[in-house]
Design a protein around this ligand. Structure first.
Ligand SMILES: [Zn+2]
Length: 453
């Protein structure tokens, strides 16, 4: 792999708020950041003077920062985009998402995942935590392996006969064993880019045996736990009726709390829940677009952060958004923090942290999320002059423009392990990954035909 020197960029390292270097440089060797700024130039000069190959990228005028980390995505749902717009969570799941997921075969699943990954990478996302469907998760991993992105995924666990549609149900044992089989095949594959997570869908779709089994096995095998929690008022009420406890408390009692656990949405919580999340070090994935589209509510992010709860960002599935755009989620997170009950406005720096370093910490990825020597060379290049985001000269820090003015049209390149996965306007792995429109249409036609109401 030829070493790569990216020079003359505004480099935003995300180790702290002041970690911003104008005219900075990043040297990537063997997929890792070998050196930054002056050290990078010295090391690059040594490589060149030794007659070894060196690729140079002049990034004058561009902003370089760690690739975005999205902590909640459903690649299996990309083909379900542009479904019904006006349903609340539980009706939307039963009318559109569950029948659509159940209609997948290996081929349509892989097309769905490829389409989602191509979009994510083109928007600057380099790492993601995905929740797959009940079946055909190998197809998601095949697409993830081909994509070059850093992907953690796992089959959705759904075994409760009272609330799970028959076409999307397994026994407790089948679901848990499927995750174990996927882990044996995919965990640590593609140079460590791929990982497997135990993924109970949500309390209402799972027996207690599945929740406890997932927690025990995940701990024993060092895998992440990923589930939805306290997303809508109706769901929170049903969980309380069924268990006599709040959603967060019930999950904690079943073993789903602490480091290595990502709870998604976590909107309807009381003071006791929040104290528990903080005390256990459980991470929250905030998905603002999804929460607004499904009328779920407003996550009290600033309150969580003031209690020391790690809050991260995700676009959720394509049909509840309908864009898998990290910069879009960042803008919306900043906006709705201003109206969250009892909150305070999130600063732009905090929001960029949530989408980079905090996301990486939630996913247990110590080698990504900031730009430091020794970490993986996962970064994104933004062009402040693309689109209509300028001028940017009114403030010294770059965080405000990134959060408030930029969107994915500002992403000009996305690198993972020092490899360009996306470069605007030129053929790249992400453009090869994207299925042809014809393939997408044929796959959607199959899903529509096979859907079970
Ligand atoms: Zn979700």
């Amino acid at each position: 792999m030829t070493p790569l020197l990216v020079e003359n960029a505004l480099v935003i390292g995300m180790t702290r708020e002041g970690d911003v270097v104008r005219g900075g440089a990043v040297l990537a060797e063997e997929g890792a950041i070998a050196a930054l700024h002056g050290e990078a130039r010295i090391r690059a000069a040594e490589i060149a003077s030794a007659g070894k190959p060196l690729e140079r990228l002049d990034a004058t005028g561009l902003w370089l920062l760690p690739g975005f980390v999205q902590t909640h995505i459903h690649l299996c749902q990309t083909l379900l985009r542009n479904g019904p717009d006006d349903l609340p969570l539980l009706s939307w799941l039963s009318a559109h998402v569950f029948p659509g997921e159940a209609a997948h075969d290996e081929e349509t699943m892989e097309i769905s995942a490829r389409l989602g990954l191509a979009e994510l990478i083109a928007g600057g996302t380099t790492s993601l935590l995905d929740m797959a469907s009940v079946r055909h998760t190998d197809a998601v991993f095949r697409a993830a392996a081909a994509s070059g992105a850093r992907v953690t995924s796992g089959n959705a666990l759904m075994d409760d006969p009272a609330s799970t549609p028959p076409h999307l149900r397994t026994t407790t044992r089948e679901g848990l064993d499927e995750t174990a089989r996927l882990a044996a095949r995919w965990h640590g594959a593609s140079g460590g880019r791929l990982r497997v997570a135990y993924s109970p869908r949500f309390v209402l779709s799972c027996t207690e045996g599945t929740l406890r089994g997932a927690a025990d096995r995940a701990r024993a095998d060092g895998l992440l736990l990923h589930t939805h929690a306290a997303e809508s008022v109706d769901e929170a009420r049903l969980v309380h009726e069924r268990t006599g406890r709040s959603n967060v408390r019930y999950l904690h009692d079943a073993g789903l709390s602490g480091p290595g656990v990502v709870l998604v949405h976590v909107i309807h919580t009381d003071g006791e829940d929040r104290a528990l999340l903080a005390a256990r070090g459980t991470s929250v994935a905030h998905c603002p677009s999804s929460n607004l589209k499904l009328s779920s509510g407003v996550c009290p992010v600033a309150d969580y952060r003031s209690r020391g709860i790690r809050v991260t960002l995700g676009a959720d599935g394509a049909p509840c958004n309908d864009r898998l755009d990290a910069l879009g989620e960042m803008r919306l997170a900043a906006q709705i923090s201003r109206i969250a009950p009892g909150g305070r406005p999130l600063s732009a720096y905090e929001v960029v942290r949530m989408a980079t370093a905090d996301g990486a910490a939630a996913l247990g990825l110590p080698d990504v999320g900031t730009l430091e020597p020794g970490k993986r060379a996962d970064f994104v290049l933004l062009d402040p002059e693309a689109g209509f985001a300028g001028p940017t000269a009114w403030r010294d820090d770059p965080y405000g423009p990134i959060v408030w003015a930029f969107d994915r049209s500002h992403v000009t390149a996305t690198y993972v392990d020092g490899v360009p996965l996306y470069r605007r306007g030129t053929p790249s792995p992400a453009s090869a990954l994207r299925p042809a429109q014809r393939e997408v249409e044929t796959a959607v036609e199959k899903l529509r035909r096979r859907r079970h109401p």
